[in-house]
Design a protein around this ligand. Structure first.
Ligand SMILES: CC(C)(COP(=O)(O)OP(=O)(O)OC[C@H]1O[C@@H](n2cnc3c(N)ncnc32)[C@H](O)[C@@H]1OP(=O)(O)O)[C@@H](O)C(=O)NCCC(=O)NCCS
Length: 242
């Protein structure tokens, strides 16, 4: 415990995030803390039935409609993991959780759990990430680092003018990474508010007043979280080794 305390202090001093640690089976969270969870979505087919049984009929129907079967499986795994993780905070069976949806589709807890937890899910490629906190809206984004994309072209389309200027002044060899950092932070802020991608170029006051932190998920994947308040302690949990 003393060792863990020293480690947290060191991370806070250096501004680095703590490593991904194996998750406890029961979790709790306080205001200002944020837990980030990462989990693989490319699980072997024989593990799927025990996860898909956790989904509601609506969720199962929605994900089954995906044309790409690999994508459908990954979306189901992500939603099942989200249920398991939230269940471990609420000490409720994952399959009993009910979600309510904002105007643009942001899921939240639909019953008494709403007062206790805020959360947001993101998935990209083989990784899913869930951010969990208490008492303030949170958003998360994760993106697979695409080495082919043209950062300046995309930035002109999707980022505000001042960020395009920053990118223009960035050496070419760093532009892609800088674009991804800016993009994931923007999308995390947007997901925090629950607004759709339409509001990227006209950020709301809530988006502008939010705080954001970048993080890496696994090799080749970048992420960001955003919260409507100060981000205090940030813990990172993984569901299995790897
Ligand atoms: C939210 C949004 C930015 C996510 O983009 P993405 O990069 O494709 O997906 P991510 O992996 O980052 O996140 C997806 C998850 O975010 C959550 N989510 C869905 N809508 C959300 C919203 N409006 N705000 C925050 N989170 C949202 C869901 O948990 C979703 O995963 P799931 O459906 O598998 O459970 C994008 O889907 C969007 O703009 N949605 C709004 C659509 C809209 O405006 N609809 C009009 C009215 S219906």
């Amino acid at each position: 415990m003393a060792q863990q305390g020293r480690t947290v202090q060191k991370h806070q001093r250096t501004g680095h995030l703590p490593p991904w640690r194996l998750a406890p089976t029961r979790c709790s969270i306080a205001y200002g803390q944020i837990d980030l969870w990462r989990f693989r979505l490319d699980l072997p087919d024989n593990t799927l039935p025990e996860l898909t049984r956790l989904l509601s009929a609506d969720e199962y129907r929605r994900f089954s409609r995906q044309l790409d079967p690999t994508n459908a499986k990954r979306l189901m795994v992500a939603r099942a993991r989200m249920r398991q993780i939230l269940g471990s905070y609420l000490q409720r069976p994952p399959e009993e959780l009910a979600f309510a949806y904002g105007k643009k589709g942001k899921p939240g807890l639909g019953d008494s759990g709403r007062d206790k937890l805020a959360f947001n899910l993101a998935h990209s490629g083989v990784w899913g990430v869930l951010a969990v906190t208490a008492g303030m809206p949170v958003g998360v984004d994760v993106e697979k680092f695409d080495t082919q994309l043209e950062p300046l072209t995309l930035a002109r389309q999707f980022l505000p003018a001042e960020q395009v200027d920053v990118l223009r002044q960035t050496p070419a060899c760093r532009q892609r990474r800088v674009f991804f950092r800016a993009w994931t932070a923007t999308e995390a802020r947007l997901k925090m508010t629950g607004e759709g991608l339409t509001s990227v170029l006209e950020p709301s006051a809530q988006m502008q007043n939010s705080t954001s932190r970048p993080f890496t998920v696994g090799r080749g994947y970048l992420g960001a979280i955003a919260a409507a308040g100060q981000i205090g302690e940030l813990r990172r949990w993984k569901l299995s080794e790897g």
